[in-house]
Design a protein. Structure first.
Length: 271
């Protein structure tokens, strides 16, 4: 019992108990509210993510650095039009003594039923090599059925430094014209060459090109050849003799022609 003169302190035991109970009641619901807010926010974010990544609204685009949208060098073929027919090539395959095997290898690598082939062994090879080459062709059922491979019975001389290679090439082209007119390009090959592409790929590429296109490697730049090759007078026995003899040079020099322009090129080329 308190005396009338004493005052009760502001923080009595009853006040402290009431305050602690009030704080406990106020503090208890806060974790539940935080948990509810976090779950609600996560649900909203999940709904937004699923709605934005739906297949109906998503358009996957390629990397512009890997797949550019502007392709200026892309070749587009019209699928409605039929492919042009493959062309026909007339081949001259020439070799020397002991080249029969390489000629047959090159023939097999370039063979196509639409093409025409003329095989030539120069005079250094014995006549028996030409006969054996013709027998091998006749024993092959594909060559025999197509009848598009021929062997030159009378060889021509061709000296690399003279003008007889040009005469020989023109002679072979005239023989191929007499055998058939149904070819578009003429290609001269040596037995020591080998194609880098298949014959089907070559014919497919040529089928899209105009038939009057020429592939002869030539140049009007003469340079050092004017003094070394054009002005000297060379006597080429391959043009008029049936037996091979050595070429010889005349002591005189000649002037360059003025009625036409000179071009230099390669012996083995397609045209």
């Amino acid at each position: 019992m308190q005396s009338p003169g004493t005052t009760q302190p502001p923080w009595s035991s009853s006040s402290l108990s009431f305050l602690s109970s009030t704080l406990f009641r106020d503090r208890k619901p806060k974790p539940i509210i935080y948990t509810f807010l976090v779950i609600s926010l996560f649900s909203i974010l999940l709904i937004l993510y699923l709605s934005s990544s739906s297949p109906s609204q998503t358009h996957t685009r390629p990397d512009p650095f890997l797949y550019p949208t502007h392709q200026t060098h892309r070749i587009i073929f019209d699928q409605d039009k039929t492919a042009p027919p493959p062309p026909s090539i007339a081949y001259l395959i020439s070799g020397s003594k002991g080249d029969s095997g390489r000629i047959l290898r090159l023939l097999s690598a370039t063979y196509h039923p639409l093409n025409h082939y003329l095989l030539h062994l120069d005079p250094s090879a014995p006549h028996s090599d030409r006969e054996n080459l013709a027998l091998v062709l006749q024993s092959n059922p594909i060559f025999k059925a197509a009848q598009n491979v021929h062997v030159m019975g009378k060889p021509d001389f061709a000296y690399a430094k003279g003008s007889s290679p040009v005469s020989f090439t023109l002679h072979a082209a005239s023989i191929l014209i007499r055998l058939s007119l149904n070819w578009d390009w003429f290609v001269s090959l040596s037995a020591d060459t080998y194609p880098l592409v298949t014959q089907d790929d070559l014919l497919h590429i040529l089928s899209f090109l105009p038939k009057d296109m020429n592939f002869v490697n030539h140049s009007s730049y003469i340079g050092w050849k004017e003094l070394k090759k054009l002005k000297p007078i060379i006597v080429d026995p391959g043009l008029y003799l049936s037996e091979g003899t050595e070429m010889f040079y005349a002591t005189q020099k000649r002037e360059l022609p003025s009625a036409y322009h000179l071009f230099t090129g390669e012996i083995y080329a397609g045209s």
